[in-house]
Write a protein that binds this ligand. Structure first.
Ligand code: AMP
Length: 307
């Protein structure tokens, strides 16, 4: 099955208690495409970068069989940049700066060969751009989307229109509260389900993820790790693992959505082990499978009723 990914490609400056990086590779489309490419190839990518975007990053995407025909390179402008700082509680981060640069004037143009994509993942970018992408497509089977506080604060009304075009929303806990204006996550998810998506997945950082449909509920832990260096991109990585698995299996049953959540969590656990996308430069499919099976053991228990 074919998968189209749109989102940001970024140069990130990140500080964690364990180190820092400057102008490291990042962005929602960068993480989602890289990760989904473990499950389905080629991943079709739509995005924009400036002349300062490293050639080695494009070569890396190509080595992962990501199709970059939909990537615009605006030589005279600068790539999107984001800066963030994490504290000892890695679930909370401060955004230090967001420089939209090439995204200020970006108009996503979907190549003809991408228009019939079956699966679509709208990575975190301006919701107006997310919607422009969907409007150019010929009836995709499933549209999955993500957003963040930056856009909820600045583009609330536009985001609501974009949510009507999404089948599944993947969002983190604080953003779900912000979007729904509701502190309780169960009530927040019910409110968001009324905004358009039929399924909502709430990511809770090191506390796992929740999957809600109108009638069902699934809770998955995060994979316990001793060494976490950089949580940047974990949410996008989750989305990439989730949609990658769905596109590979072409199965939208509840059981398979649950499996996809576990794949998302499995991939996110690799992401945080190194800075930026470093871990994916060496990660093998076999390692993903091993950790997925370990996840199964971790969450498995017998339902023995004591008499
Ligand atoms: P995550 O940690 O999964 O929430 O995603 C972090 C990535 O999101 C970083 O690589 C940033 O470059 C990217 N990012 C941060 N802010 C924005 C924004 N406002 N729009 C698009 N991408 C962003």
């Amino acid at each position: 099955m074919s998968l189209l990914v749109v989102g940001s490609l970024a140069l990130d400056t990140v500080e964690t208690p364990f180190g820092s990086v400057q102008d490291a590779l990042g962005g929602s489309a960068m993480y989602i495409s890289t990760v989904a490419s473990y499950f389905v190839t080629p991943v079709r990518m739509v995005g924009v970068v400036g002349g300062d975007f490293p050639k080695s990053a494009i070569e890396f995407l190509e080595s992962r069989h990501v199709d970059t025909e939909g990537l615009q390179i605006i030589e005279k402008e600068k790539t999107f940049r984001w800066g963030g700082r994490y504290h000892y509680d890695l679930n909370a981060r401060d955004t230090l700066f967001t420089e939209l640069n090439v995204f200020e004037k970006f108009n996503p143009v979907i190549p003809e060969s991408y228009k019939s994509s079956t699966y679509v993942c709208l990575g975190n970018i301006d919701p107006v751009l997310q919607r422009r992408v969907v409007e150019q497509l010929h009836k995709p089977r499933l549209v999955v989307g993500d957003t963040m506080n930056f856009w909820i604060d600045r583009r609330y009304e536009e985001l609501k229109k974009t949510l009507e075009r999404m089948d599944i929303l993947i969002i983190n806990d604080s953003e779900a509260r912000l979007l729904a204006q509701e502190p309780n996550l169960i009530r927040a998810s019910r409110k968001i389900l009324k905004m358009g998506p039929k399924v909502i997945i709430i990511k809770k950082g090191e506390h796992g993820a929740l999957l809600f449909t109108e009638k069902t509920f699934f809770s998955a832990p995060a994979f316990p790790l001793e060494n976490i260096y950089d949580p940047t991109g974990a949410g996008d990585t989750f989305a990439g693992g989730f949609i990658g698995w769905i596109a590979r299996t072409d199965d939208l049953s509840e059981e398979n959505l649950r499996r996809a959540v576990i794949y998302g969590s499995t991939l996110a656990s690799f992401c945080v082990e190194r800075f930026s996308l470093e871990r994916f430069k060496e990660l093998s499919y076999l390692e993903i499978q091993d950790r997925f099976h370990e996840f199964r053991r971790l969450t498995n228990f017998d339902d023995l009723t004591l008499s």
